[in-house]
Ligand binder design. Structure first.
Ligand SMILES: Cc1cc2nc3c(=O)[nH]c(=O)nc-3n(C[C@H](O)[C@H](O)[C@H](O)COP(=O)(O)OP(=O)(O)OC[C@H]3O[C@@H](n4cnc5c(N)ncnc54)[C@H](O)[C@@H]3O)c2cc1C
Length: 396
């Protein structure tokens, strides 16, 4: 992966496997292809294709010191447009569209059954199909079928002692999606720590204002705010003018928003209203070591000064930025639990991991490879480290 000349054809191959309907290049039907893909990429990035394999992968991550796992079902459900357009007489959408919502809900409920207390369920709302996507695009309220399915998913997650986040999408959907997730937080984040987290994309020029809006609304209405902070994955497909002009601006935006949550800085209002910072939990979802380190330092300073804290956690994708995840684990353990007098809840480090059969995971793997292509191609230092370790093991 560190070689550009090899990475490009591999991506083309991955894309072909992910899209193909042919039996020969379907990884679930072709055992040789299945094996090759498992050895080369699937085992590195995915949890497994059934609950036994997933439990084993999750156990291995916990043994390494991760506080928990963020688990998502990888399969992207794509409806044939002709089915989507098959309108029933008395409804806008045909039964196939409602069936997709049920399939998507069941996949999420299956995923919840594999979680342990404290873990996260990762929910990709657009997986619910055209009813969901059309309502988001039109910025309409949640359709009842989606709303009921989400309530069921939230209740099952609470019962499992876990939490859930809703993935952020492109802006054309995200503006409506923010409203839906705020509505969900209002319904399900009434007691104690948040159950539902929304995702804020710091690469957007409007991200800071959006984060402040979340804080104000939670403070005014009295619910707990859960935020997963990411830089944003859609730079290649998004309206470019919505995104910060430079990488440096996106980095600053990310660090500033993280600092706003960690330092519990309430937005300025017109002075007639006193805003108390709401109960908040922040998940820093990033592979950027500088951002993670800045956030940890601010959090640690507040611990040392005995100031009120925002619940802080970090997440990276399994198979990526493992050196950052492991150093964060070490850092947190060393700093936050050493002194009995200041013993507080250590910021947890989590790994995001997708599950599904090899073929079901291909679309997910392809998207992640494209989204992180820059970072993936900058992995020569990992090749060097692996070669050094191999030499050490062979020659002592
Ligand atoms: C656990 C986890 C969950 C995630 N969930 C989501 C999600 O729900 N939705 C989502 O959109 N993304 C999600 N992402 C992906 C995330 O948004 C980033 O694309 C990815 O993590 C790379 O960014 P980084 O913070 O790791 O750091 P870096 O690798 O330092 O930053 C790369 C990012 O910087 C930004 N950037 C790059 N070049 C420029 C430029 N010229 N101008 C402006 N900005 C630029 C882009 O956002 C790019 O992805 C998730 C990531 C993780 C780790």
């Amino acid at each position: 992966m560190s070689k550009t000349w090899l990475m490009r054809p591999c991506l083309t191959f991955l894309d072909a496997v992910a899209r193909s309907k042919s039996g020969i290049i379907n990884a679930d039907r072709n055992p040789i292809l299945n094996r090759v893909l498992r050895w080369t990429i699937y085992n590195q990035f995915c949890a497994g294709s059934n609950s036994t394999e997933v439990s084993r992968s999750m156990g291995e991550l916990r043994q390494l010191g991760y506080k928990g796992v963020i688990l998502g079902f990888a399969k992207e459900i794509v409806l044939d447009p002709s089915q989507g357009a098959a309108l029933a007489d008395d409804a806008k959408y045909g039964p196939a569209c409602y069936h997709m919502i049920d399939e998507w809900k069941d996949a999420n409920l299956d995923t919840i059954r594999m979680l342990s207390p404290g873990d996260f369920l990762s929910v990709k709302l657009t997986g619910a199909g055209p009813i969901c996507v059309a309502a988001l695009q039109a910025r309409e309220p949640m359709p009842p079928a989606i709303s009921d399915a989400l309530d069921e998913i939230c209740m099952a997650t609470r019962k499992a002692g876990a939490r859930l986040w809703i993935d952020a999408e492109q802006q054309i959907l995200q503006i409506g999606l923010d409203e839906w997730v705020i509505e969900l937080m209002k319904r399900h984040n009434q007691q104690g720590e948040p159950l539902v987290y929304n995702t804020i994309q710091a690469y957007l020029k409007g991200a800071r204002e959006n984060a402040q809006r979340h804080i104000l609304q939670a403070a005014r209405e009295g619910w707990a705010l859960g935020v997963k902070l990411v830089r944003g994955a859609y730079i290649e497909n998004e309206v470019r003018s919505l995104i910060h002009d430079t990488k440096n601006d996106s980095d600053q935006s990310y660090d500033d928003i993280a600092d706003m949550f960690i330092s519990r800085r309430a937005p300025q209002t017109d002075g007639r209203e006193e805003v108390f910072f709401p109960s908040t939990a922040l998940m820093l979802a990033t592979h950027n070591a500088a951002s993670a380190s800045k956030a940890m330092t601010t959090h640690r300073d507040r611990v040392a000064q005995g100031l009120p804290l925002t619940k802080l956690e970090c997440g990276q994708i399994k198979g990526m930025a493992d050196e950052l995840s492991c150093s964060l684990i070490e850092d947190c353990e060393g700093t936050f639990t050493a002194d009995d007098k200041t013993r507080i809840e250590t910021p947890g480090v989590f790994k995001y991991i997708a599950w599904g059969s090899v073929s079901e995971c291909m679309g997910y793997l392809y998207r992640r490879a494209v989204e992180n292509r820059g970072a993936v191609e900058r992995t020569q230092h990992m090749v060097d480290a692996l070669a050094k370790e191999l030499r050490r093991r062979v020659f002592g």
